[in-house]
Write a protein that binds this ligand. Structure first.
Ligand SMILES: *[C@@H]1O[C@H](CO)[C@@H](O)[C@H](O)[C@H]1NC(C)=O
Ligand SMILES: *[C@@H]1O[C@H](CO)[C@@H](O)[C@H](O)[C@H]1NC(C)=O
Ligand SMILES: *[C@@H]1O[C@H](CO)[C@@H](O)[C@H](O)[C@H]1NC(C)=O
Ligand SMILES: *[C@@H]1O[C@H](CO)[C@@H](O)[C@H](O)[C@H]1NC(C)=O
Length: 493
């Protein structure tokens, strides 16, 4: 990876040099012109003002252009040096410098309707744990007259959806709701977020950082999306993908779920470094058919949150695609949604329409024990064909995954959402997910142990044969071949 980056940097440099070389003549001309102009401006300052028809300050600005400063650092309060108040009593001084974590890092800002917005980002965790920073939004119409009053959000609240898992940063979803529709005439404008520390960090300061989080160009908002039928029936919001993922496992997962979710579905994959070239190769056929969108989120790695900022990523996905789909699924790429053959996904989902959210129970599968009556053929089999031993140890509870109807959801998590309108259903019999722990982030043959018995104990853990996924594998393979041809037949682990 590092090597590729260097090569790219090198070619960028060459391109720049080439550009400069080609433009040398033009550049010389430009520089001369600038020089003359600035000399003129310097001279003009010494002329008495009555000789001038223009303001010399306008011209002087070409000598020292004012750079746009993003947000000024906190002014260090002028603290005096230490002071001897009276003999035996010294008042010590404290001198603050710098700011250890950003007040806000934006990932995305999205409309949730004619008068409401969500801003998804990160913020200093200590600030949120031990103080009460506050937020509000402001709408700046692009067609504003100088005397029109600024539109300030009526209500704003923040949600911290990461259950305290954050590290330097915690995930924040700010909900800004205005009392009236904004940009209702579609003439365009900008949404500003004001983030105030409210005395967190320094009790004597209430620092407010203002940032532009969303721009709407004239006639760019389609207000009908908030009320019309969604484009997709099912949309998958993936968590951050990281590590040396197995292309073959990803290939199986894609074919299986495109077949299950059908033509009106879409898969959003978040690449935090896990989509290496061979994984990209197995995703590409599905990208070409419009089933997959990859978001390269490697840039978030600079900000130390929980597990490649997965809580921020799922919330960004929720708000970004909220009106694009009827149902949104949240689970991982080593997990397979299962619906028993006598029902269909469609019928199960139809029965769940009264619920905003439902959680899905796990079927834990061994990621190492494989069925074999023909060991020579094991290597060629798909993971879901050969990993057929279910872990039947009794445990208190296992992780769940979930799906929501996103229009009624305001923030979300990795195992469920706790910010929604409507009911959550936890007892869905006709849907499970098979979890193949430890199979996705390794590049070798998963089978460590071959057996043909119907039950066994390995590492003092009981397993039974469960071939429900195996039974689907033939149809999945045929579906892949029929849909994208044989281009992935030679995929490796
Ligand atoms: C903000 O919260 C309100 C009240 O819960 C909700 O009606 C609105 O849809 C939310 N907006 C977004 C963008 O989630
Ligand atoms: C700007 O606002 C004025 C009055 O509010 C209106 O007449 C005009 O059409 C608007 N222009 C655009 C481009 O919307
Ligand atoms: C800090 O400033 C913001 C924005 O002006 C305000 O809403 C908030 O109440 C202030 N906090 C305190 C503690 O004064
Ligand atoms: C299972 O494997 C044993 C030897 O490992 C073999 O003797 C037996 O025939 C196999 N049974 C089946 C049903 O394949």
């Amino acid at each position: 990876m590092g090597k590729e980056k260097d090569i790219k940097g090198e070619s960028d440099r060459r391109a720049l040099l080439g550009f400069l070389w080609n433009c040398a003549a033009e550049l010389k001309l430009l520089l001369t012109a600038l020089f003359v102009l600035c000399t003129l401006a310097t001279l003009l300052q010494f002329l008495p003002p009555r000789f001038l028809s223009t303001n010399p300050n306008d011209l002087r600005s070409c000598i020292s252009p004012v750079p746009p400063s993003p947000s000024p650092p906190p002014p260090p309060p002028r603290s005096p040096a230490e002071l001897v108040v009276e003999p035996g009593l010294i008042r010590r001084a404290f001198h603050p410098y710098g700011w250890a974590a950003y007040s806000f890092i934006t990932m995305g800002a999205y409309r949730g309707g004619p008068h409401t917005f969500a801003v998804v980002g990160l913020s200093s965790k200590t600030l949120h744990l031990h103080a009460n920073p506050s937020y509000h939004c402001q709408w700046l119409p692009s067609n504003s007259t100088s005397n029109s009053t600024p539109v300030i959000s009526q209500h704003s609240y923040k949600v911290l959806p990461d259950w305290g898992y954050g590290r330097i940063y915690t995930v924040v979803v700010v909900n800004c709701t205005f009392s009236n529709p904004v940009n209702a005439d579609n003439s365009g404008g900008k949404l500003l977020l004001h983030a105030s520390t409210s005395g967190g960090g320094d009790l004597s300061l209430n620092l407010t950082d203002t940032m532009e989080v969303l721009e709407e160009l004239p006639s760019s908002v389609d207000f009908s999306v908030f009320t019309s039928e969604p484009k997709y029936e099912y949309l998958y919001c993936g968590s951050s993908l990281y590590g040396n993922l197995s292309p073959q496992r990803v290939r199986e997962w894609m074919a299986y779920h495109v077949r299950l979710f059908g033509g009106k579905s879409h898969f959003v994959i978040h690449d935090a470094g896990g989509v290496h070239p061979e994984v990209l190769e197995v995703l590409r056929p599905w990208m070409e058919l419009g089933y997959v969108t990859i978001h390269d989120i490697r840039g978030q790695e600079r900000f130390d949150g929980y597990y490649h900022n997965q809580f921020m990523v799922v919330n960004d996905c929720l708000h970004r695609y909220r009106f694009a789909t009827r149902w949104m699924f949240f689970f991982d790429v080593d997990e397979f949604i299962y619906v028993p053959p006598r029902s269909t996904l469609r019928s199960v989902m139809h029965s769940l329409l009264p619920y905003t959210q439902f959680t899905i129970e796990q079927v834990p599968m061994s990621g190492q024990i494989c069925f074999s009556n023909d060991p020579g053929a094991t290597y060629r089999k798909w993971g879901i064909e050969k990993l057929v031993y279910r872990d039947v140890k009794r445990v208190m509870r296992r992780d769940r995954k979930y799906a929501v109807q996103p229009r009624s959801v305001y923030a979300t998590g990795v195992h469920m959402s706790q910010n929604l309108d409507g009911q959550t259903m936890h007892k869905v019999d006709r849907m499970k997910y098979f979890h193949y722990h430890g199979t996705i982030a390794q590049r070798r043959e998963p089978c460590r142990m071959l057996t043909n018995s119907s039950e066994l104990t390995a590492d003092s853990n009981p397993y039974v044969l469960d071939n429900r996924m195996q039974e689907a594998s033939g149809a999945v393979k045929r579906f892949e071949l029929k849909t994208i041809g044989d281009r992935l037949l030679r995929t490796r682990q």
